[in-house]
Design a protein around this ligand. Structure first.
Ligand code: 76R
Length: 250
C-alpha cells in the first residue's frame, strides 16, 4: 500500500489569526470638523489599546497596528488569539468604532498558526510553546502575503510522496535559516478557512530583508516549482503617535 507516502503531514495549531487591512476614505475623513476627527481618533486608539492589553496574559494573544504602504491599504491590524471566536469580536469591535464609517475594507485574512511536522516535533516543549503562541515580533516592518502550493498538471505538490516533500521542506528551511536573524516568519494555515492555503507573515527591521529572502527563496524548488502567491502587503508598526500623525497630520 502506498498510503503512508501520500499522507498529509501532521500539523499542530496554535493561535488563531486575523489580518485586517483598511483603506481610509480620505475625502470624507478630511471633510469632518477637527473636533469630530479627534474624538473618533481617541476612540480608535482606545480600541487598539484594549486589543494590545492581552499581551500581559499568558497565552492571551497579541495585537499590533501597522501603517501600510501602497494604495492597497492604509492601516492594518493583526490579531493573534487562542480562541477563534475572539477574532469575530475583534472584527466587530473595529466596525463598532465610529471611525469605521471612514475605513474601507481593503483585505483581510483568517488563519491559524501552524507547525507542519516535516521534521518531527521539537523535543523541547518551550520551543513548541513559543512557536505556537508567539507575541507579534517587535520588528519595525511586516510583510504579509497568502500562498498556495501548486496543483498543476506537471507539478503537483499534493501528489508528491511525503519523502520528497520532506526533502524539499528541508531545502526550504536551509534557505530560510540563513535569514533567521533578520527575518521572523510566522506561517499560518488557512486550508478550509480562507481563499489561499497559507498566510506568510514576515517581520524584520528593514524591508530589504523581505526582498532578499523572498528572491532567494524563488530559486528553491519548494517555491520555484510549487509556490503560487497572492498580493503582498508591507506595513510599518504604528504607535498611537504614528496613527495620530497619519490621521490628523501632526
Ligand atoms: O526550522 C524549522 O523547523 C522550520 C522549517 C520551516 C518550515 C516547516 C520553515 C523555515 N518554513 C516552513 C514551512 Mn517557511 N517560509 C515560507 C515563505 O516566498 C516564498 O517562496 C515562500 C514564503 C517564506 C519567505 C518562508 C520563510 N514555510 C513553511 C510553509 C508550510 C509548508 C507546508 O507545510 O507544506 C510555507 C507555506 C512556508 C513559506 N521559512 C523558514 C522561512 C524562513 C525565514 C525560515 C527559517 C526560519 C528559521 O530558521 O528561523
Amino acid at each position: 500500500m502506498a498510503a503512508p507516502e501520500v499522507e498529509a503531514p501532521e500539523t499542530i495549531e496554535g493561535y488563531w489569526v486575523l489580518h485586517d487591512f483598511r483603506r481610509i476614505d480620505w475625502p470624507r475623513w478630511r471633510s469632518l470638523p477637527e473636533a469630530a476627527r479627534s474624538r473618533l481618533l481617541e476612540e480608535l486608539l482606545g480600541f487598539l489599546g484594549e486589543c494590545a492589553s492581552v499581551e500581559g496574559v499568558e497565552r492571551g494573544g497579541s495585537s499590533r497596528a501597522y501603517r501600510v504602504i501602497t494604495q492597497k491599504a492604509d492601516l492594518a491590524v493583526i490579531h493573534f488569539r487562542p480562541d477563534p471566536a475572539q477574532l469575530f469580536d475583534l472584527q466587530a469591535g473595529l466596525w463598532r468604532c465610529g471611525i469605521a464609517d471612514f475605513l474601507l475594507p481593503a483585505y483581510s485574512y483568517f488563519s491559524v498558526i501552524e507547525l507542519s511536522l516535516y521534521r518531527g516535533p521539537s523535543s523541547r516543549p518551550e520551543v513548541m510553546e513559543r512557536r505556537l503562541y508567539p507575541r507579534i515580533p517587535d520588528r519595525r516592518y511586516m510583510c504579509f502575503y497568502p500562498m498556495n502550493k501548486r496543483r498543476g498538471e506537471r507539478y503537483n505538490w499534493y501528489d508528491l510522496p511525503a519523502s520528497e516533500r520532506r526533502e524539499m521542506m528541508k531545502g526550504h528551511g536551509r534557505v530560510g535559516h540563513k535569514y533567521a536573524e533578520q527575518v521572523t516568519q510566522i506561517i499560518t494555515g488557512s486550508q478550509g478557512l480562507d481563499d489561499w492555503e497559507w498566510g506568510v507573515t514576515l517581520f524584520a527591521d528593514h524591508p530589504i530583508h523581505f526582498k532578499k529572502l523572498v528572491y532567494e527563496m524563488r530559486f528553491d524548488p519548494a517555491s520555484s516549482r510549487y509556490a503560487e502567491f497572492g498580493p503582498f502587503y508591507i506595513g510599518m508598526t504604528a504607535s498611537p503617535q504614528d496613527i495620530t500623525a497619519l490621521l490628523l497630520g501632526s
